[in-house]
Design a binder for this molecule. Sequence first.
Ligand SMILES: Cc1cc2nc3c(=O)[nH]c(=O)nc-3n(C[C@H](O)[C@H](O)[C@H](O)COP(=O)(O)OP(=O)(O)OC[C@H]3O[C@@H](n4cnc5c(N)ncnc54)[C@H](O)[C@@H]3O)c2cc1C
Length: 391
Amino acid sequence: MSHLTGDTPIRVLVLGAGFGGLELSTRVAEECGDRVEITLVDQSPGFVFGFSKLDVMFGKDSPEHVLHRYSDAVMPGVTFVNATVTSIDPVARTVETSEGTLEADILVVALGCGVDPAATPGLVEGGHEFYSNAGAFALRETLEAFPGGRVVVGVTSTPFKCPPAPSETVMLVHEMLTERGLREGSEIALVMPFSRPVPPSPEASATILGRLAELGIEWHPDHIVTGLDPERRMVLMSDGEEMPYDLFLGIPKHVAPEVVVESGMTQDGWIPVDPHTMATTYPNVYAVGDVTSAGTPKAGVFAEGQARVAADHIIAAVKGSTSDAQYDGAGICYLEFGDGTIAQVDIVFPPGQSPSGTLTGPDVALATDKTAFGADRVQRWFGRSWQPCEI
Ligand SMILES: Cc1cc2nc3c(=O)[nH]c(=O)nc-3n(C[C@H](O)[C@H](O)[C@H](O)COP(=O)(O)OP(=O)(O)OC[C@H]3O[C@@H](n4cnc5c(N)ncnc54)[C@H](O)[C@@H]3O)c2cc1C
């Protein structure tokens, strides 16, 4: 960290108010008070947890209830700017937005990643993606109207967010079709690019595979979906194999936001960072979460853990000292197994070492922990109480 001096407050500019940006801003504000001016920028009306996408899609929650509006948030010490970031100069630490120019002493890029369904031939015309809010929310009506048939959930490219989410999705499709009396006349298949559902955890993978077998869900490992042929209703796969479908739910190609790519900060599509501190190669510029190639999966818990470490380094710099905080790569993930049961996967991706993970459950009691996970964060980041699943 380059030396920051002077009596005026240090300007910390955080781009993106998702898991990473919200946690980082909150922590720096708590610790630094009026020694900093924190500006948090996001173009969206509010924040949505990844798991809430599945809740809305499967009719367990409503789009309005899962949207945590920035306009309602109480964020002491943080100035929120609802604007689109249109250019980033990481050398000058100057950012252009739809609401004007912003300058920073310390810049944090936490802009997450977007999806590009059009990159997979036939996906837009003949299938659905559920990785954007719009895609997942629109699927609710499609699923409600689905008369039964062959449902294929498939991954079109790596990396992708929350690697257990496709496995959760097939189990929730099973639950939905069973509740609607359509399961017997239907088939469900999962196409994944990995040899097991949660690669770092053989234990979690064995439990998931056992449940898929029990539920009669087909498992197609080590395959990637390269396209759809909507006329023939066929899923096309990397090795030339094909598979029929009536309803395709896809995990689309993931990309860093265009403004990040145009800033010159990316290498091979993502921002490289020191995996221990989240510092970029630019002085006083950090990047956290899905926009980076930090070596962890793209998931909120990892973005949040990285944000805490970057925040500690920023707090130390503001106070004129240094921090020895190092990112440990640890995270907890709650997996929906259907019928209200949840499993907890504890995973660790230590920088430079092999990842590992353990699984607890699935059982109904863990639903309380998952609810607390969401409620605690809404309280901390938005200053209000919230419980998922109002329906
Ligand atoms: C179906 C599904 C289920 C998931 N389940 C889980 C789960 O159970 N647990 C878990 O940990 N993770 C889960 N995830 C993953 C999780 O949602 C993401 O990995 C996480 O949100 C990443 O955090 P982030 O801070 O890096 O980015 P984000 O949370 O995506 O935040 C980035 C922010 O940047 C803003 N932004 C982007 N471009 C611009 C711009 N040009 N100008 C202004 N603002 C911009 C966006 O509006 C966004 O608010 C799931 C994801 C999906 C799709």
